[in-house]
Ligand binder design. Structure first.
Ligand code: E4P
Length: 269
């Protein structure tokens, strides 16, 4: 299960890549245009970051795509994945480049039939465009599932790279339906961390941590913890509720040896 970032914005990609959770990047001519940079400047910066799988889209007829694919592979080495469209020319290029052990991502896939042809042409990845299918009242997730199913039945090694993903729910659905990879915009990746219950739960845990073990108040100095006073700790054990009054942060009371004269412990009826 791999996550790629779908962008040519090198700063946004850097932020995402530094999380350690990103396996690659996909670009396309529109994303490159929006970045305001020359394509090769983008690829070089991504390579310098250490990104090991960068989809670089080529254009033109089969001959042009093949020679540009070879040139990009020679220039950028193993991080270069050549992206070609699912057209007769694109698949001819795919076949030739794949035979030369160059990774090829066949893009603009909108049907299982196209994915079958791409696999026959030796594609490393096929990219069904989930969002654009949904924009046109087709289930992009269903097309993804169908491609995954056909590939599994026939022992095809081509990986399904769900693309054109616009929200977190589609990431989950694409993986749930067997996609090997999802390529997602940085904004969608950031949102994958979020859940309102995580925020609410963390707020409570942080407050409780500060109350019971306030290392922040002594700058993390464990020795100084003994110098600060603690509010009584209230807890429950075996059906009774108690309070512990102590300035010893490491106090460990064994209730088995409880002595009712122990001034540190009080019971709440
Ligand atoms: C990725 O390979 C595609 O180029 C990209 O996901 C397309 O996304 P869009 O439909 O949001 O433009």
């Amino acid at each position: 299960m791999k996550i790629f970032i779908d962008s040519a914005d090198v700063w946004a990609i850097k932020d995402a890549y530094e999380t350690g959770l990103i396996d690659g990047v996909t670009t396309n001519p529109t994303l490159i245009m929006k970045s305001g940079r020359h394509p090769e400047q983008v690829y070089q910066k991504l390579k310098d970051m250490g990104i090991g799988d960068i989809s670089m889209e080529v254009v033109g007829n089969a001959e042009a795509m093949i020679s540009e694919g070879r040139r990009l592979k020679a220039k950028f080495g193993d991080c270069a994945t050549i992206k070609v469209p699912c057209t007769p020319d694109g698949l001819l290029a795919c076949r030739t480049l794949s035979k030369e052990l160059i990774r090829v991502n066949v893009t603009l896939i909108f049907s299982t039939a196209q994915a079958i042809l791409a696999a026959k042409a030796g594609a490393t990845y096929v990219s069904p465009f989930v969002g654009r299918l949904e924009d046109n009242s087709h289930s992009g997730v269903e097309v993804t599932r169908s491609i995954v199913d056909v590939y599994k039945r026939h022992g095809v090694h081509t990986e399904v790279l769900a693309a054109s993903i616009r929200d977190v729910a589609k990431v989950t659905l694409a993986f749930w339906n067997g996609a090997h990879i999802c390529t997602i915009p940085p904004t969608v990746f950031e949102k994958m961390y979020n859940h309102v219950l995580t925020d609410a739960g963390l707020k409570i845990f942080d407050e409780d941590h500060k109350t019971t073990f306030p290392t922040e108040r002594v700058g993390g100095d464990m020795d100084a913890l003994g110098d600060i006073s603690y509010p009584p700790i209230t807890g429950t054990d075996d059906g009774f509720t108690y309070t512990i009054n102590t300035d010893d942060p490491l106090l460990d009371i064994d209730f088995g040896d409880y002595n009712e004269d122990d001034p540190r412990i009080g019971f709440i009826p």
